[in-house]
Design a protein. Structure first.
Ligand SMILES: Cc1cc2nc3c(=O)[nH]c(=O)nc-3n(C[C@H](O)[C@H](O)[C@H](O)COP(=O)(O)OP(=O)(O)OC[C@H]3O[C@@H](n4cnc5c(N)ncnc54)[C@H](O)[C@@H]3O)c2cc1C
Length: 448
């Protein structure tokens, strides 16, 4: 029996070329060349523990993979990828609203299981994003200004540690590990095989998609920032400027308000007064219809994103710089194009003290996300031009927004990623890492 054969009893083991192997490739095709030696699809915490012990003994690097959406390809590696997608059981406890889910559960399954109960907690807007990556890095969603982060709803989690032990982390048991699992980023402390969250009644509300033409970009961005700084916590919005190949730039606001469309219209009135939109689609929707409407698909190509968390609005000079840069996007074959987006944070996110969880960016008012995309058919020159464009824009935005980045939009090109992702919580996270994984068995390019 070869070393790898010892894994066969622990789940489905696949090698390159086996049927189904490609299904666990990184979602971001920028990292398509990273090919693991093998993929093991596990179905229980006990099997995860035995696989971890095996990998230690054989000195094979191991990374857990949930939905595979890491922007930086962190759930792919050269050794063993532990595919958690079959750890996907979901149980809702009647009476308490506590929801226990397997560590690899995708959003689509969660929405489907919670809908009959009309209960929810902050969930991402893509069908295939995994609960593990989302919750461990924080988890900011369209209801987060009212309901907090995904990790704020976490009650406990079962973790397979580097030595193969399975522990439960909660406010009472292994509280330091529990603290680290709330924003410290996936893949750092162990394999989380199960999570329990506190759900709440799913709030009905309304949604909007509003588009303006390019000449209004700066004034709409400025007006929308002003609106969001004064908006009730029930309203959240993504304010974007973007370009696709061969198209003019477009300004968009995609919003979710936990209140009626009439209120949403009033909230947006100052932006409508700045310039008449080309399209304004405002609808009352129950929570489940809103989630479906706000669902984000991707064409599955390659992309790069860089972020800055800012505690204040961006001034006109900064907004002009963003618009100028998007105007000069070098282009690629990807219909996803490139752009800059301001995600409004604040509200309930900011009410949790910075030291209470590992997620440090509690004072952020806007997450500035800069992104570009290309296809696998684009030439290396096109890819280089896109990355150069993104890096130059990221450098320029350093003049008006801090070096603070969101770990769930992992950025492989970030230099001081410890400081940027974790700020004042970096030192305590390093201590927790030393305690639970002293040999740094769980490792990837930006592992603590
Ligand atoms: C289309 C799209 C929509 C998104 N929407 C949102 C959003 O609304 N809000 C938001 O905050 N973010 C969002 N994100 C970002 C997303 O939260 C992160 O990319 C997240 O890390 C993805 O988790 P995953 O399990 O799918 O990815 P993976 O690549 O599988 O995992 C990400 C990291 O977590 C680790 N990991 C995963 N599961 C576990 C586990 N059970 N135990 C231990 N480690 C684990 C992996 O090893 C890896 O390091 C979105 C991303 C995409 C591509």
């Amino acid at each position: 029996m070869t070393g790898w054969d010892a894994l066969r009893g622990l789940g489905e083991l696949r090698f390159p070329g086996d049927p189904g192997f490609a299904a666990v490739a990184p979602v971001n095709r920028r990292f398509a060349a990273t090919r693991p030696a093998a993929v093991l699809s596990v179905t229980s915490a006990a099997d995860v523990a035995r696989a971890v012990e095996w990998a230690r003994e054989e000195s094979v690097p191991l990374v857990p993979r949930g939905g595979g959406h890491s922007y930086a390809g962190h759930s792919a590696g050269p050794g063993l990828v532990l595919d958690l997608r079959r750890l996907s059981g979901i149980r809702v406890e009647d009476g308490t609203g506590r929801v226990t889910v397997g560590g690899g559960t995708p959003m689509k399954a969660l929405y489907a299981a919670l809908r009959p109960w009309d209960l929810t907690f902050p969930l991402g807007n893509s069908d295939t994003v995994g609960i593990g990556g989302l919750a461990l890095g924080g988890g900011v969603t369209t209801i987060s200004r009212a309901h907090g982060l995904t990790c704020d709803a976490l009650v406990s989690t079962d973790v397979v540690l580097a030595d193969g032990r399975v522990v439960t982390a909660s406010a009472d048991e292994h509280p330091d590990l529990f603290w680290a699992c709330r924003g410290g980023g996936g893949g750092n402390f162990g394999v989380n095989t199960r999570f329990t969250f506190q759900a709440r009644p799913a709030p009905a509300g309304s949604t909007c998609v509003v588009l303006w033409s390019w000449p209004h970009a700066v004034e709409i961005l400025a007006a929308m920032q002003e609106i969001m700084l004064g908006a009730p916590e029930a309203f959240s919005a993504r304010i974007g400027i973007a370009r696709s190949p061969g198209e003019d730039g477009v300004v968009s606001v995609v919003g979710h308000h936990l209140g009626p469309r009439s209120e949403l219209r009033e909230l947006l009135a100052p932006a409508f007064a700045v310039a008449a939109p080309d399209r304004a689609d405002l609808e009352d929707r129950d929570f489940w219809a809103a989630a479906r409407f706000l669902h984000h698909g991707s064409d599955g190509g390659a992309f790069a994103a860089r972020t800055r968390c800012t505690p204040h609005a961006i001034g006109d000079a900064g907004l002009e710089a963003l618009v100028r840069a998007v105007d000069k996007w070098p282009g690629s074959g990807s219909p996803d194009g490139a752009g800059a987006a301001l995600f409004a944070w604040g509200g309930a996110i900011g009410r949790v003290p910075v030291a209470d969880t590992a997620f440090p960016h509690r004072d952020t008012k806007f997450l500035l996300s800069l992104d570009t995309s290309w296809t696998e058919q684009d030439t290396p020159d096109v890819v280089r031009a896109n990355l150069d464009w993104l890096h130059a824009l990221h450098a320029e935005t350093g003049e008006f927004a801090p070096d603070a980045a969101y770990v769930n939009f992992a950025d492989p090109d970030l230099e001081d990623w410890r400081g940027a992702y974790y700020g004042p919580n970096a030192a305590r996270l390093a201590e927790v890492k030393r305690r639970y994984d002293p040999d740094r068995f769980f490792s990837f390019p930006q592992a603590l």
